[in-house]
Design a protein around this ligand. Structure first.
Ligand code: GAL
Length: 672
């Protein structure tokens, strides 16, 4: 059964926590939600303690009223299971369900998400409250979606207690079979006398004297992601049993500071993919982070998705929390829509006056409606209404960037040749020039069907299995253009080094072979010469590379590897494969990727001045061009002769003008 969200047009709203306020406030909430055009709110996310005052005893009186009130006001509910915040009574009865950190410290309750993901008592209690909520509200007319838990793994991605150890062993036995020999082989446990004779000897990678085994750590990360996923699917099944046609979602965190879950495995389990995204105050170009995150989420969803949370202004969990500048709220929200969001929501509706998030921005600030944020929120509601027809349309791209959580986790394990390598930073370095040139990008797994793409980039694919490597090579052989970043293909799915030279799995397709990495020290770049801009440098990595069929595009200009190829191109089958054996400085990387891109025949969505983002969503009858000005100067962009700007409703034949720092959304009818 296809379960889809039934809110008309684009969804707009936020987390609604009326339990934080006396009932007199609720009527004002409804009035202001209507004023802002809110049509969907997430309710009940952290309400467990109020809904179940003691084990098996429920009090739904408040939630009954809230859902009725929402329905009476034409606002739909994304009703949460409150399982991210078990009540104090639960932990007093089940202290064993508290999580233990790597150093063996048991954490206390008193915040949220402080439970052991493998605790049977937690699972039982979570499914009990989920069932109670589901059965009570399955047929409530306000409920259009289930919000399972909240941000799985945000605070408790891993627990190292004995219960988790036993669950980890069960997961390992399912992977390797009952004989520990297969595990010993996969983990390489002859090293440092780590051989396991008995499953009971296998533990989580707790704090120990020296570096734990890499495959042990990698399997642990896989296990932790799967363990939380099993909680999510168990709740989802309870909800589905009660309400078979109501879609279920859980909010992902594809954003800069979270990496614990393999969302390729999660996304297919949910009816609606939704994401939370917050700006990092230290990022001077957070518009690129929004775009990258949106492209990843759209790729996970395979189409439109929902922005479940972002902020109207500052958050409260960074060292210094930057507020948004003029027009930024609008640009941010519509940028997510441009990347495929069919709805935009915030944490949270009304700014809290008490509790840990009292200094977090909200749709309705402490200052009330006489505030810039409120004005922006009301305007955004009108904007989203004007964009109703973009719902269901989605991006189309000729470029795919390979993104793999195993590769991400493995790259960042300790005891690499360089501790400076960060998956997301590498991917972002390659993504930035694509963003600047206005090229549409999807993200894919290494083993994805690549037939829709002309260009595939693998900025960082340290770990790849044989099937993934063969898939990428076949893409080049069949006429595609492939570009691979340094230290890719180095290890297999067990984190075992691929022997015979680097970059292991990609030597053949890239036509190169390296016999030794020469990681670069921070602040000590190496010069590059050849078909690269004057003064080009490389950072992070270099290696002694030999050509075995490829040609050198650029070489090291100085240092111990002077004269050795640093960027190479290999004609392979009907296509070509490029290797970047260092991280070129941004201008050089942009120049190299420009060349790769034009060789692949990939064009920007629309030609636009630098700093003006143009993104396309394609629907059955029209294309929608989102034009976002990040220059602060405004711009004009060519559009079709029969185009209409949807936010103003005006026809814009031939070109659209976007005001400084503003956004335009243009409908271009298709099939002309
Ligand atoms: C999210 C969380 C919300 C709120 C928000 C603050 O991680 O889901 O409940 O805490 O962060 O930015």
């Amino acid at each position: 059964m296809k379960r889809t969200l039934s809110v008309p047009g684009l969804a707009y709203g936020g987390d609604y926590n009326p339990e934080q306020w006396p009932e007199e406030v609720w009527a004002e909430d409804m009035r202001l939600m209507r004023e802002a055009g809110v049509n969907l709110v997430s309710v009940g996310i952290f309400s467990w303690a109020l809904l179940e005052p003691s084990e098996g005893v429920y009090d739904f009186s408040r939630l009954d009223k809230v859902l009725d009130l929402l329905h009476d006001n034409g606002i739909a509910a994304d009703l949460a299971t409150p399982t991210a915040a078990p009540p104090a009574w639960f932990f007093r009865a089940h202290p064993e369900a508290l999580p233990t950190d790597r150093d063996g410290r048991t954490l206390s309750y008193g915040s949220r998400q402080t439970f052991c993901p493998s605790s049977p008592a937690y699972r039982e209690a979570a499914l009990r409250i989920a069932r109670a909520v589901a059965e009570r509200y399955a047929d409530h007319p306000a409920v259009v979606m289930w919000h399972v838990h909240n941000e799985y793994g945000c605070h408790n991605a891993a627990c190292y207690c004995d219960t988790s150890a036993a669950a980890f062993r069960r997961w390992l036995r399912a992977r390797y079979g009952d004989d520990p020999a297969a595990l010993n082989d996969a983990w390489g446990t002859t090293f440092w006398s780590q051989w396991y004779y008995d499953w009971e000897e296998v533990l989580p990678p707790r704090a120990t004297g020296a570096v734990p085994n890499p495959t042990h750590q990698l399997d642990w990360r896989r296990f932790c992601s799967d363990e939380l996923l099993s909680l999510c699917t168990a709740e989802r099944d309870v909800l589905r049993a009660a309400a078979p046609s109501v879609p279920a979602t859980t909010n992902f965190m594809v954003m800069a500071n979270f990496e614990a879950l393999d969302y390729w495995r999660w996304a297919p389990e949910l009816d609606v993919v939704s994401n939370d995204h917050y700006l990092m105050s230290t990022d001077p170009e957070s518009e690129i982070d929004i775009a990258l995150s949106g492209d990843v989420v759209r790729s996970l969803a395979g189409g439109p998705w929902l922005l479940m949370e972002h902020s109207t202004g500052a958050v409260n969990w960074q060292p210094v929390n930057r507020a948004k500048g003029p027009g930024e709220l609008r640009r941010n929200a519509l940028a997510h829509v441009a990347r495929g969001a069919d709805g935009v929501a915030y944490f949270q509706w009304r700014a809290a006056k008490a509790g840990a998030e009292q200094w977090h921005s909200a749709m309705l600030p402490h200052a009330g409606t006489d505030s810039r944020i409120w004005q922006d929120v009301v305007r955004l509601g009108a904007d989203l209404k004007a964009l109703a027809e973009v719902r269901g349309s989605t991006g189309t791209a000729e470029v795919a960037v390979v993104w793999d959580w195993d590769a991400r986790w493995a790259l960042e394990l300790p005891s690499q040749p360089s501790g400076e390598l960060r998956f997301l930073e590498l991917v972002r370095s390659w993504y930035e020039p694509l963003w600047r040139s206005g090229v549409a990008v999807d993200f894919v797994r290494p083993d994805a069907d690549l037939s829709a793409y002309r260009l595939v980039l693998a900025p960082s694919l340290y770990l790849v299995d044989d099937a993934g490597a063969a898939n990428l090579a076949a893409f080049a052989e069949g006429g595609g253009t492939l570009a691979v970043g340094f230290h890719s293909g180095a290890v297999d799915e067990n984190c075992h080094v691929r022997l015979g030279g680097y970059p292991g799995a990609f030597r053949d397709v890239l036509g190169v072979r390296s016999d030794e990495p020469f990681p670069l020290l921070p602040g000590a770049p190496v010069g590059l010469s050849g078909a690269v801009p004057e003064g080009a440098t490389g950072t992070l990595w270099s290696e002694r590379l030999r050509l075995e069929g490829a040609e050198a595009v650029a070489s090291y200009a100085d240092g111990p590897l002077a004269g050795v190829p640093a960027v190479t191109r290999h004609g392979y089958g009907a296509g070509a494969a490029w290797y970047l054996a260092t991280l070129p400085d941004p201008d050089t990387l942009a120049a190299v990727l420009d060349r790769v891109r034009s060789e692949a025949g990939v064009e920007p969505v629309r030609s636009a001045p630098a700093g003006v983002e143009v993104v396309r969503r394609r629907g059955p009858e029209a294309d929608y061009l989102f034009v976002i000005d990040h220059t602060g100067r405004g711009a004009s962009v060519p559009v079709a002769a029969d185009a209409t700007e949807l936010l103003t409703g005006k026809e814009t034949p031939g070109s659209v003008t976007v005001a400084p720092g503003d956004v335009a959304v243009v409908r271009e009818p298709r099939g002309r």
